[in-house]
Design a protein around this ligand. Structure first.
Ligand SMILES: Nc1ccn([C@@H]2O[C@H](COP(=O)(O)OP(=O)(O)OP(=O)(O)O)[C@@H](O)[C@H]2O)c(=O)n1
Ligand SMILES: C[C@](O)(CO)[C@H](O)COP(=O)(O)O
Length: 233
């Protein structure tokens, strides 16, 4: 009997404006250790032996991509100029654009361009632990701080029990057809897992670590630089 092995593809949404970063350039292109920020995660995804291709979703009018040299990342890297108004729109645009290249049951790993400290072991672990999962899942870390729910006057309304609470990271890995259908039906979701949840399914949480941070505010850029510098020593 012939066995069928699903392939793995990465989609990297990179069509955001980085409004909270308040820089002149969208944060995915800000310099980080001599490279555009997005280059770091793309390098890890392109080097992952399990991943066949890495699709970067850019905004339709992106003029910055062409100003940089991506050749060192090799032939797996494919830019798609089909970003949308929200992160979910950008991911869905990417999924639609690659429909001719992927099988319905292939895995898609969606990773934020804004998470430059992705490490090879994050990708390995996610792919290995989800290989036989029926739904798929995401990297995440258990919440470490005590959580407060605020009232309208920024006073503590109550303390939220943190047991069972996790912070979602990326990559988030689901089968192509399941993810596309879920995103086509979901509204207002901020990650892929939420779309899958809205479809009544339960993504698996794969424990990552805090180094895989999302660069959102200016301080995060310094933290990312520190992490990458110290990791490579
Ligand atoms: N319309 C959008 C919005 C966001 N993203 C991408 O989604 C990832 C996570 O989003 P976030 O950190 O919120 O990025 P921005 O939307 O750029 O930032 P901000 O919310 O501060 O404007 C980023 O890689 C961003 O480029 C996208 O592809 N398309
Ligand atoms: C997908 C995500 O990285 C999970 O933490 C995050 O939600 C994306 O950032 P956004 O600010 O919600 O767009």
């Amino acid at each position: 009997m012939q066995t069928f092995h699903p392939r793995h593809f990465a989609i990297v949404p990179a069509a955001g404006s980085g409004s909270r970063m308040a820089a002149e350039t969208p944060k995915q292109y800000l310099p980080l250790l001599g490279r555009p920020l997005i280059h770091h995660a793309l390098a890890v995804l392109c080097a992952a032996p399990e991943i066949d291709k890495v699709f970067v979703v850019l905004s339709v009018g992106d003029a910055e991509w062409a100003r940089h040299d991506w050749q060192d990342l090799g032939p797996k890297l494919v830019p798609l100029f089909c970003g949308g108004a929200t992160r979910a729109d950008s991911v869905l645009g990417g999924l639609r654009a690659i429909s001719g290249e992927v099988a319905q049951s292939d895995w898609v790993l969606v990773h934020d361009a804004a998470r430059p400290c992705l490490a090879p072991w994050h990708v390995d672990r996610l792919i290995r632990e989800l290989a036989h999962d029926e739904v798929g899942g995401l990297l995440a870390v258990p919440v470490a701080d005590t959580l407060k729910h605020a009232d309208g006057h920024r006073r503590v309304h109550r303390t939220v029990p943190r047991d069972s609470l996790w912070q979602a990271q990326t990559p988030q890995m689901f089968r192509y057809v399941m993810l596309r259908r879920a995103l086509e039906s979901a509204h207002g979701v901020t990650d892929e897992a939420s779309a899958i949840e809205a479809a009544g399914l339960h993504p698996r949480l794969i424990e990552g670590d805090a180094t895989n941070l999302k660069v959102t505010y200016p301080l995060d850029l310094h933290l990312a630089e520190w992490i990458l510098k110290n990791r490579n020593q």
